[in-house]
Design a binder for this molecule. Structure first.
Ligand code: ADP
Ligand code: MG
Length: 487
């Protein structure tokens, strides 16, 4: 028999430990701003690495010509071709293909992997129909490579480490663009890699092609990351010549953000300790799709052990790491049926728990809500931190130029700050991509409403948060265009 009062007490403790009241979120916003500054000042200045993307010219919609993209980020890669027709024509033609990577290649040799990719890309190029026309120019490619890379120019960067199941020691430290280029030569494919970017930056570029007010892109998927458009002269750690545009996209690598204001529970500590990268990616571990499910599993395991929630015997599957996935959490959290059928189904199919009372299922749905809400609210605070960094700098510059009236930066009143700064009445758009945001409506709604709550209703009118799907491929093709030899 479940010890019901103990179970309720444990969930009360969770609610307390996972809570994210407004004052806490405001501290997180402040911490994000402070860490962004610190990471821009010098290499190693913050857990936020604030990597330079070398993207200094974002798509405008004027781009013309034939461009390719290659998106490598997980078990599949996608190839894409676009024929762009400028402001009026926009995307004249578009085709893509998804190729799964044989698992043995993910842990094989460097040459085999890149040969495979180049070969499949070559096959795709060979199928180019009459709707596409390179106009006698060398074909150009945007390469979305969503692994940590130390970028050295718009089209070169050295692999720092593989993640997500790839393990090919030879590649580490190598320039992934020249690896791809030499593989293309071996395959007899003539093509120039014009841009190397990660998925966050590609998403920003993809959204920017349609809307010049996009300043921030956030990935809320298996992992989480963000990038934004920074003034090149606000990056003290950058000592080279300033780009003509005056702007530089910064890949924050915000999954590794940390602040002591973040609510870290015993569950989070255990999850981190058991992970393959303890002490790293602290922000990501609080809410990205890879981890939300396991946080809930750990909470349920505690309820099973300490309150016999599922009977005297603790169901053994509850102890298996990552067996509960975030889509399952979403399914339970979103369960609207009167007897919580969907929750029964998940309990049965995932944990082999064949029967449970409605009362128990209600408690489980509440655990999902507690965990997901904390995550969504923290993600929102991170986004507002970026907005404030952007707006704060604008205000500071504006004041110096005498454009903006008195704004007291020290009063901490975010809403006012952002509201006052809107001298030109333009909106700031945040583009979000990723399965967590796209497919988990309660998570998405909570992110959106928390951003509004943090900004205040008035200032929130100047900020648009929008889902921008699949920007990681198309954005890279746009960037190949905006960094083309033939610009
Ligand atoms: P990636 O981040 O690997 O590029 P996606 O952006 O497609 O991939 O996101 C996939 C992730 O989104 C999954 O790992 C999962 O955590 C999350 N996800 C997918 N579907 C759902 C869902 N229905 N509810 C909640 N999360 C989901
Ligand atoms: Mg992705």
């Amino acid at each position: 028999r479940a010890n019901w009062s103990r179970a309720v007490a444990i969930v009360d403790e969770f609610r307390e430990a996972f809570q994210t009241p407004m004052p806490l979120l405001k501290h997180v916003v402040d911490a994000m701003v402070a860490e962004m500054h610190a990471g821009l000042v010098r290499e190693g200045g913050s857990k936020l690495t604030m990597l330079l993307s070398f993207v200094d010219s974002l798509p405008t919609g004027d781009e013309h010509g034939l461009y390719y993209a290659l998106d490598l980020g997980g078990t599949n890669f996608r190839v894409l071709r676009l024929q762009l027709g400028g402001k009026n024509g926009r995307i004249l033609n578009k085709e893509y293909q998804e190729v799964s990577i044989p698992p043995d290649l993910m842990i094989g040799s460097n040459e085999e992997l890149f040969d495979f990719i180049a070969q499949r890309l070559g096959d795709f190029v060979a199928q180019e129909g009459e709707d596409y026309n390179p106009h006698g120019k060398i074909r150009e490619l945007g390469f979305t490579f969503s692994f940590p890379v130390n970028q050295t120019s718009i089209n070169s960067g050295h692999l720092l480490k593989w993640t997500k199941g790839f393990a090919i020691a030879e590649t580490v430290g190598k320039d992934v663009v020249s690896e791809l280029q030499t593989a293309m030569v071996r395959q007899g494919l003539q093509m120039r890699v014009a841009a190397l970017v990660n998925d966050t930056v590609a998403t920003l570029a993809g959204a920017r092609y349609w809307n010049k007010d996009v300043m921030v892109a956030v990935i809320l998927g298996t992992g989480t990351n963000a990038c934004y458009v920074e003034h090149a002269d606000s990056i003290p750690k950058w000592r080279s010549a300033l780009p003509k545009s005056g702007d530089m996209v910064i890949n924050m690598e915000w999954g590794n953000f940390w602040s002591n204001y973040l609510p870290k529970t015993q569950i989070d500590e255990a999850l981190d300790k058991d992970s393959v990268n303890p002490g790293e990616q602290g922000f990501e571990k609080l809410f990205s799709g890879m981890y939300l499910g396991d946080i809930v599993r750990r909470a349920l395991l505690k309820l099973a052990k300490e309150a016999a929630l599922f009977g005297e015997r603790v169901p053994s599957k509850l102890s298996l790491p990552f067996i509960l996935r975030t889509p399952d959490v979403s399914a339970m959290h979103t369960d609207e049926s009167s007897d919580l059928e969907e929750t029964s189904r998940v309990l049965s199919s995932v944990f082999g728990i064949k029967s449970s009372s409605l009362q128990v299922r209600r408690l489980i749905v509440e655990v999902c809500e507690i965990v997901a809400e904390r995550g969504a609210r923290l993600a929102a605070a991170g986004i507002v931190g970026i907005l404030r960094k952007i707006e704060g700098d604008c205000v500071a510059n504006g004041v110096a130029n005498g454009e903006v009236g008195k704004v007291n930066l020290a009063n901490g009143e975010l809403g006012k700050l952002i509201g006052n700064n809107k001298v030109n009445g333009r909106k700031t758009v945040v583009a979000i991509d990723g399965g967590l945001y796209e497919h988990y409506p309660k998570f998405r709604n909570c992110v959106d409403s928390t951003i509004t709550e943090l900004l205040g209703k008035d200032a929130a009118k100047d900020v648009i948060v929008q889902l921008f799907k699949d920007g990681s491929g198309i954005g890279a093709a746009f960037l190949a265009a905006s960094h083309s030899l033939y610009r």
